[in-house]
Design a protein around this ligand. Structure first.
Ligand code: ADP
Ligand code: MG
Length: 679
């Protein structure tokens, strides 16, 4: 057996782990020996110091040596068993819930001398230890420093420590994968040494280079796996798409704005990919409102003119519809565009599937339903995915595979992620970034106000409406209960209706799709001036005439989310405003965060600053989405290690095409479980 293979063995193979214990581990997502080693202790508990009963400190973990005097085993359910103990300075009771008499008699024989360690409490003027886990007549086995792992219920610290000890005994010497130059930065600490040291309770707090080495391994393995995916996809030879500037010119003539420099560069990069005979796997990243859609549609028109089909996948039906409308306006009439969502009737749907298979449809727009088994394209040449930041490496790769070898892939995202995370989340793709927004955009003036001043806000709304502008009024979603999700918005709607009559519309999650669509269309056609909604005004919808957004209870939202919401306005050339309403005065920290928003309109900068204040944790919703999250690495705290890894990966890509030296590392750390798909 290769030495690393031992590490990938199931935890069942460890001495001392039976089915019951292994279940507890699996609950914590620990399945292999490697997983155990990688879950480092958080700190240590010092049980070395022996104290007398008259020196006990309540609430602390203490170690005592006592004589067992007498038992009290009540025959009533739910009452704990008790054992009375003493030393020459005082008395203490050991309390046992859910323990059998036999067991207690065995570990605490009457009249014996035992060493016990546990947390001291004080009840009815008596010292107590409840369910002590460290009891032995062998004092030395208790008087030790124990590593403190994050335990699940049912798994005692002692048991965990024993298991770790067993595993550490067998830990193999792995062949070093890091380059000498990198290794030097970590003081030549090997993986093996780092693991051993960090599990040693005496060293836990030290971390330092031991920890950094492991963090670096975690980062670079993620990057290398991404790199491998990218290379694998790029190796696929496809028929290159042949087109000239005709479609581009036609579309340019139909839009009433000049493309920004970044848009032009992105189009150029995409065109080069399409025309090459390597498969495209590209991310188009740009803040909300930066104008990604037009870039995607130009690419689509080019691919269609070269004789291939294109499909565009949007996160919501409303957005799909909007893309559909725009494509219909911009594309030649002889291009057949269809929209496929859950709304299509059965017959219509069948028709679409047939035409798709016959190559009668050139451009299919829809939601995720575009990739069901049943849907067969005739010659799909480009897949575009809009705003699906919850798509991970593995899902993207699957999609690309499904598209077939001639199918290019373009992913669009407005998720503002800092540089350290791009390599992590999108490292499998080439990237085009739209940094600058269209020139006509003005800064959106952002204010915060107390809810008690809502009257002033309403005055301001009146003023905007008199100037023929439109207004979003956002009420927070009440997540706890689906039933009352919309209550805050209904209330606000009724209140505004008294003032603005039939010029107000209401949009919330409890409406069906038809109703939602009607309201949005009414807003687009300016039949209503104010759209009250919960956050269902999904990302991406474009209402150029709206110039004021009011966000109620704004502290319910993260900064990035507020920035995304704010991006709903300020798309025309009018002066635009965002008013954040708060229930009570802001705390210092909240003020700091809101100031970031007021002073910047750069989504990337906002998310980065916010991360610095809040930690990267769940800022981007990665946790729920099951996307990459690190066990040890933190993109903010370990920024330097991320950048170092980025540089190193570029070097490795040049030197070691097959990553042969890194195979052990990759196999150990492949949490996306994608490596097997690549061979
Ligand atoms: P996003 O990048 O968030 O998807 P959109 O593609 O929806 O942004 O574009 C937002 C708005 O900006 C649309 O109304 C679009 O027509 C407009 N737009 C796009 N590019 C430009 C440009 N170069 N100049 C002016 N307006 C533009
Ligand atoms: Mg968009």
């Amino acid at each position: 057996m290769n030495s690393y293979e031992y590490l990938l063995e199931d935890i069942n193979s460890i001495k001392g782990i039976g089915t019951k214990t292994s279940k507890l581990f699996r609950k914590k997502n620990i399945n292999t020996i490697f997983d155990i080693l990688w879950s480092l202790p958080r700190n240590s508990i010092d049980r070395t110091n022996l104290v007398k009963l008259n020196e006990l400190q309540i609430g602390k973990i203490q170690t005592i040596t006592v004589n067992v005097i007498k038992y009290n085993f009540p025959r009533i359910r739910n009452l704990p068993n008790r054992v009375f103990c003493e030393d020459d300075t005082g008395k203490i009771e050991c309390i046992f819930f859910n323990s059998y008499e036999g067991y207690i008699k065995k570990i605490l024989p009457i009249r014996s001398t035992v060493t016990i360690s546990g947390k001291i409490s004080y009840y009815k003027k008596k010292y107590q230890i409840t369910n002590p886990s460290h009891i032995s007549s062998d004092t030395d086995s208790i008087r030790k420093i124990f590593s403190n792992y994050s335990l699940t219920e049912g798994l005692t610290e002692k048991k965990y420590n024993n298991i770790i000890k067993e595993v550490l005994k067998n830990i193999p010497d792995l062949k070093e994968w890091l380059s000498d130059e990198i290794l030097k930065k970590f003081n030549y600490i090997s993986w093996n040494k780092a693991i051993l040291e960090l599990h040693d309770p005496k060293n836990i707090k030290k971390g330092g280079n031991f920890l950094n080495r492991l963090i670096f391994d975690e980062i670079i393995s993620t990057f290398l796996i991404n790199s491998k995916v990218r290379k694998k996809i790029k190796k696929i030879k496809k028929i290159n798409k042949k087109f000239d500037n005709t479609e581009f010119s036609k579309i340019k003539n139909k839009i009433n704005f000049e493309l920004t420099n970044d848009q032009k560069i992105a189009i150029e990069q995409i065109n080069n990919d399409l025309k090459s005979n390597q498969k495209m796997f590209r991310l188009l990243q740009g803040d909300v409102g930066s104008g990604k859609t037009i870039v995607a549609l130009i690419a689509s028109a080019n691919v269609i003119s070269s004789g291939f089909q294109v499909c565009l996948m949007a996160p919501t039906e409303i957005l799909a519809k909007q893309h559909y409308n725009l494509a219909n306006r911009l594309f030649d009439k002889d291009i057949n565009i269809k929209i496929l969502t859950s709304k299509n009737e059965y017959r219509e749907r069948k028709e679409i599937l047939k035409d798709l298979n016959n190559n009668h449809i050139n451009f299919l727009i829809g939601t995720h339903s575009l990739f069901q088994e049943k849907i067969k394209y005739n010659n799909l040449g480009l897949i575009i995915i809009d705003e699906q930041h919850k798509f991970g490496v593995k899902q993207r790769k699957k999609l690309s595979d499904k598209g077939g070898k001639n199918c290019d892939v373009l992913v669009m995202s407005a998720t503002p992620i800092p540089r350290t995370m791009i390599m992590t989340v999108f490292g499998d793709m080439d990237t085009s970034i739209i940094k600058n927004k269209p020139k006509n955009r003005k800064e959106i003036k952002t204010y915060s106000k107390l809810e008690t001043k809502t009257d002033e806000v309403i005055k301001f709304v009146k003023k905007q409406i008199n100037q023929k502008n439109q207004v979003f009024w956002v009420c927070p979603l009440i997540e706890e209960s689906k039933k009352v999700d919309h209550q805050s918005s209904v209330k606000r709607y009724e209140n505004l209706k008294k003032i603005f009559k039939n010029k107000v519309g209401l949009l919330h999650g409890a409406l069906d799709k038809e109703e939602k669509n009607n309201i949005l269309i009414n807003f687009l056609n300016r039949k209503i001036d104010i759209l009250v909604s919960t956050t269902v005004i999904e990302v991406g919808i474009d209402f150029p005439n709206a110039n004021l957004i009011i966000i109620e209870n704004a502290n319910k939202f993260g900064l990035s989310q507020l920035h995304q919401l704010r991006g709903r306005v300020g798309r025309g050339d009018k002066e635009s405003y965002c008013i954040l309403l708060f229930k009570s005065n802001l705390s210092e920290n909240a003020k700091k965060r809101i100031n970031i928003l007021k002073n910047s309109s750069d989504g990337f900068k906002i998310s980065e600053e916010d991360m610095k204040l809040r930690g990267y944790g769940d800022l981007l919703g990665f946790k729920q989405s099951g996307l990459q999250s690190f066990r040890l690495a933190d993109p903010i705290l370990n920024e330097d290690l991320f950048l170092l890894a980025e540089k190193e990966v570029k070097k490795i890509e040049l030197e070691d095409q097959n990553l042969s030296k890194y195979m052990t590392l990759l196999k150990l750390y492949d949490r996306a479980d994608i490596l097997n798909d690549l061979v």
